[in-house]
Design a protein around this ligand. Structure first.
Ligand SMILES: [Zn+2]
Length: 392
């Protein structure tokens, strides 16, 4: 379920009852008034008062249900997902994708904006403000805009809502996203793209497969997210999982966008490999989705730079597994769609082992999912917005 409501956060009994009813109705189904009262152990008077209040405020809508037997049909109530909306800014290769999402998590509008490679903080901030303003202008009648979630690729301090560095736009440094968007949206939430994606993936998983999952993205940049029992592991909102900037002696001559030399990304990220690959295949795109399709059919595994890349990524991943001991590793990104690369990568990872007789985690290749990333990014904002709405 997308919405999670923490009853303990309400001191006022009526507001708490409103929150409980909203939580029950957030399953997207219709419920009758007697069913709501029974499910939540509320008297019929309380149920009627709460439902009437939520209907008056437009969060709940009612309609006559199926007629069964004699008498008038019972009225069925449901949450009105169009009452509250939120915007998400998502990074897609070198462009921004802005989406407007309703309370059920459904995307109802999407807009793109290209941002040139040489963009600085001000250019990026202006592009983001433009997207949010355009999306808010497209809210359906009656929808209140709760705020904006920015899902960031690169190194980010979630707590300070500051985008520190990104290999896609090298001139962006320490961009204060909350300040950048303050004039166009009431609330700004910042998350790391991979944390949002792993959160949404584990919501969908059955409870017994949720324990300790690692998500490794091997694409334009290289990074990972980790989740335990369905909760992303984010130590106090500081940066996490930047294995793309782990350094290797054999790469020490190579400069990285982070300011150091010798980072894993300088040998294995798409940004580093693309110029070499384009000498043979000039048509290769820098868009991860497009290049994923282009790479599938190519004979890449024989190329020495690819062999080096996949061995370094496999060794880095095995080192992470000796630190976090995940049960499962999901690997995403454009390279692993190439069967030759995936087979060689799996072999290299197996050869690494973890430690002694300890079993290796299950390795799963999957597509990067924009849908997961958007749902994961907007979820905290929907919960926060609903709480603010009920309190107001
Ligand atoms: Zn680096």
């Amino acid at each position: 379920m997308l919405l999670t409501i923490d009853e303990t956060r309400y001191d006022d009994a009526h507001q708490r009852d409103c929150a409980r009813v909203a939580a029950l109705l957030s399953d997207g189904e219709s419920h009758s008034r007697p069913h709501v009262g029974e499910a939540l152990q509320m008297t019929s008077t309380t149920t009627s008062r709460v439902v009437a209040d939520l209907m008056e405020r437009g969060l709940v809508i009612g309609e006559a249900g199926e007629k069964s037997g004699r008498g008038r049909p019972a009225v069925q109530f449901a949450l009105n997902p169009l009452r509250l909306g939120a915007t998400v800014i998502h990074i897609s290769s070198r462009s921004l994708l802005g989406v407007l999402v309703d309370l059920s998590g459904r995307v109802i509008q999407r807009l793109g904006a290209d941002v040139p490679t040489n963009a600085n903080n001000e250019t990026m901030a202006a592009a983001m403000r433009g997207l949010v303003t355009a999306l808010v202008g497209q809210c359906p009648p009656g929808m209140a805009h709760m705020g904006t979630s920015v899902s960031v690729a690169g190194v980010v301090n979630v707590r300070d809502r500051t985008w520190l560095i990104t290999s896609r736009w090298p001139h962006i440094r320490n961009l204060d996203l909350a300040a950048a968007l303050a004039t166009v949206t009431p609330v700004v939430v910042v998350c790391r793209h991979l944390d949002a994606e792993i959160a949404a993936r584990t919501i969908k998983d059955a409870a017994d497969t949720r324990d300790s999952t690692l998500l490794l993205h091997w694409g334009w940049g290289i990074g990972l997210a980790y989740s335990i029992d369905g909760e992303p592991f984010m130590p106090a909102g500081d940066p996490f999982g930047e294995i793309g900037h782990w350094r290797f002696n054999m790469l020490e001559q190579r400069p990285c966008g982070c300011g150091n030399h010798g980072c894993l990304e300088t040998a294995a990220a798409l940004w580093a490999l693309l110029p070499q690959l384009r000498e043979t295949w000039p048509e290769l795109s820098e868009d991860e989705e497009i290049v994923a399709g282009q790479l599938t059919g190519l004979d890449l595994v024989a190329r020495p730079e690819i062999t080096t890349a996949l061995h370094l990524v496999a060794r880095s991943l095995a080192n992470v597994c000796r630190l976090l001991f995940p049960r499962r590793v999901i690997v995403t990104g454009p390279f692993i769609g190439n069967l030759g690369i995936w087979d060689a990568f799996e072999d290299a990872f197996q050869a690494e082992g973890v430690m002694g007789g300890l079993g290796l985690p299950v390795l799963v290749a999957d597509r990067s999912s924009e849908d997961y990333a958007i749902v994961g990014a907007v979820r905290p904002l929907l919960n926060l917005g609903l709480e603010t709405f009920i309190r107001s």
